[in-house]
Every structure is written in C-alpha cells, then in structure tokens.
Design a protein around this ligand. Structure first.
Ligand code: V47
Length: 376
C-alpha cells in the first residue's frame, strides 16, 4: 500500500499509524509514543505533511506583529526562565504606561496588525494598570488586535485583584483584550512542573483558565515547552490534554511547540534541543492535535533554517515579524530579534509554499504596494 501514497518506512510500528492518518482517524497515546520513539523522521514528516496539505494546501501563514513585554519583574522565579527578575534585581524593569505606549509606537507602522503582550508576575502593579494598558493601546491603535496575557498571568491578576478568573477576563475583555497567547502551559505533568516552574499555576488551572476564556468568546493559543527534563510520556500527556479540551471548546487557534533554551537559566547544564527533535515535535503535534487548525513553527526559537524545513514537516505558520523579542534572547537565542516581512515571504517561497499574511484570527491581510513598503 505504501507506494500508493509515497509513504515508506522500515519501522513497522508506523504502519498502523499511517493507516489511521490516511483514514482521518484519531491517533492514540500509544501511536503518539511510537512517533516520538521512531528514528524514521522522514516517515513521520511525510505523514504530518500529508495532514498539513490536506488542511491548508501550500498556504503558509505569517503576521506583522510587535511584542511588548511591560515588565520582567516576576515573583515566580521559574528555573526554565531567563527573563524574569526579582523587583530590585539588576536589569529589572517595569514600563510606565506612557513607556508601554511609546514602545508600541516605536515598532508601529501601518502594517502592524497585532500586539503580543506578555510579562512577569509583578507583585505590586495594580489590576488597573493592565486595564489602562489595554484601553490606552486600543485608543491609540484601534485597528491592532491585542493578544495579551497568558493563562498564568490571568490567574495571577485574578488572585491579586481578589476577583474570580471569569470577572478578571471579563474586565480585561471590556478594556480591549481580543485574544490570549499560548504561553505558560510548559508541560502539564506535576512532576516536571515541580522542577521547571514550581510556583506557577498547575496544569489543571492552566486548562481551566483556558476553558473559561474560550467559554467567554476569547480565543487563545496553546504552547508546550519541550527539550528539558520531560519524557515522551509527559509530552504525549500534554498533547492529549490539549486535544481533549479542544474537543470541548474549539477555542484554540494555534499550537506552538517551544524548544527549551537553557542559557542563563537555572537549567543551564541541560543541552539545547537538536534539529531532529525540533522537527519531530512539529510533526507529532500536527498528527496528534487533529482538532487544532494551525501548527506554528516559531522562527525566533527554532531558527529560521529549521522553521523553514518545518513547513514540510507539518507546520503552516511562522508567527511574525516580532520586532523585539526578549524572552528567548535572555535565554541565549542567537536569532535576530525581528524579521522583515519580505524576508519571511522569501523563506516561505523557498520552501515551495504560498505566503499568506494573516491577522490574528487568520483572516488574510491584503496589502497594496504602498502598505507593503512601509511594512517592517
Ligand atoms: O511561557 C520561557 C517560554 C513562553 C524559556 O501565542 C522559554 O502566538 C524556551 O508563549 N527557553 C512565552 N522557552 C512565549 C510564548 C509565545 C511565543 C510566540 C507566540 C506565542 C503565541 C506564544 O516562552 C513561556 C515559556 O514557555 N520560555 N523561558 C526558555 N528559557
């Protein structure tokens, strides 16, 4: 049968998986483990690419966005993180609202369609700061989508403001929040969370916060941090929990596997992820998460070289221009902090794919010549 589809593998464990994928059937946790354990990356990639093309053809999405990190002050002190600082530590910063607006403006061109806003868990900033931040950005940049605050930040804001998570999300939404990014999910397993991000909300709370957000009409992304102390079972458990929640809510737009960067973290002794693992993670995500529409190869963390190849291993999205990335660069990323629109387009075209600029909701953005030339 294999030759009929162009699928080939010496690993017999992949044959029933091939049959399920081609029949459009759901993969089991055993299937997912077999995909992680095989050395036949090309066979896994072939299957993931088959699904990717069935869903999206050659379309490859990117957006023109800007990251804003209002503060790096964080009470959590996660071992995985090189970005957070204690309040009085060297390098700690917190933007006054005007500074945050100025940061937004400094990367702003007519072309920016999204601000991606995440930061530390600041022990003193009042909830009103975050409401004013959203409202002030909406007022100044009414056409820009505000994708802001991870589930972890939302849960922390709720606790500090002594509000329910529902009321917290309600107020953020009323102030201008349009959707939520996917960060803070890490790995849901308690054992691993205990090691890499001890003081963060646990996996169930992350999922519960996402469930609530989705029920209020807010869409979100989801992430998974891989390549540290997790094992294959932890990865599979994480993917299956996301898939189960997505069956319930349909609220996840995009899944983004994030490769762990150890530099300047308390886990600095761990090796960096390899190209094999990065590509395999993209492919397994595409195959297991049959109900999440998009898989993002976040070029900032994968490098543009691996991200480009990932477009043939299941990914259909590269994220965006970003402009100024901090979280990965504090952890030793050597990629540029931003990329011009035309460079993203070139990467996609060279992979034999069709570049589609999208907004945060995946509506195509149509540009005139003039607006492309001002695009960053
Ligand atoms: O939650 C932190 C991760 C995340 C490190 O939703 C690290 O569109 C690797 O979630 N090495 C934030 N990873 C980034 C994120 C994201 C990025 C791009 C797009 C979207 C989206 C979301 O970065 C954190 C954490 O999982 N992280 N430190 C590190 N040393």
């Amino acid at each position: 049968m294999g030759w009929m589809h162009g699928f080939q593998s010496d690993d017999s464990a992949l044959l029933p998986i091939r049959d399920r994928v081609l029949a459009g059937s759901r993969l089991t946790s055993e299937d997912a483990l077999a995909l992680y354990r095989t050395g036949d990356i090309l066979a896994v990639g072939w299957l993931a690419n088959w699904v990717r093309e069935r869903l999206h053809g050659d379309a490859t999405y990117f957006n023109v966005n800007r990251h804003i990190n209002p503060t790096n002050v964080c009470v959590a002190a996660c071992r995985l993180c090189a970005f957070g600082r204690k309040k009085d530590a060297p390098g700690a910063y917190t933007m006054a609202l005007e500074e945050a607006f100025e940061t937004a403006r400094s990367g702003y061109t007519e072309a920016v369609t999204e601000f991606h806003i995440v930061g530390g868990l600041h022990p003193d900033l009042p909830f009103q700061y975050f409401l004013d931040l959203l409202a002030g950005l909406k007022e100044r940049f009414p056409q820009v989508h505000l994708k802001a605050f991870t589930m972890v930040e939302v849960a922390y804001l709720a606790r500090r403001a002594k509000l329910s998570v529902r009321d917290t999300l309600g107020q953020l939404k009323a102030a201008g929040l349009d959707s939520l990014p996917g960060g803070g999910a890490e790995i849901f397993s308690d054992r691993v969370r205990h090691i890499i991000c001890d003081h963060k909300i646990d996996g169930d709370e992350w999922l519960e916060t996402a469930r609530l957000a989705h029920s209020m009409g807010l869409r979100s992304n989801a992430t998974m941090l891989y390549g540290h102390v997790e094992n294959d079972e932890d990865r599979v458990d994480h993917l299956l929990k996301l898939r189960a929640l997505q069956d319930e809510t349909g609220g996840f737009q995009t899944f983004i596997p994030l490769a762990f960067h150890p530099d300047n973290t308390q886990l600095e002794h761990l090796p960096k992820t390899t190209g094999m693992l990065d590509l395999k993670q993209i492919a397994v995500s595409r195959l297991v998460l049959d109900n999440i529409q998009h898989i993002k190869a976040y070029w900032q963390m994968l490098t543009s070289k691996i991200a480009q190849i990932a477009l043939r291993f299941g990914a259909d999205d590269l994220d965006g221009t970003v402009i100024e990335e901090k979280i990965y660069h504090d952890a030793g990323a050597t990629t540029p902090q931003g990329m011009r629109r035309q460079e993203l387009v070139r990467l996609i075209r060279e992979a034999g794919r069709w570049p589609v600029e999208r907004d945060t909701m995946y509506r195509p953005v149509v540009r005139t010549e003039a607006s492309v030339t001002v695009a960053v």
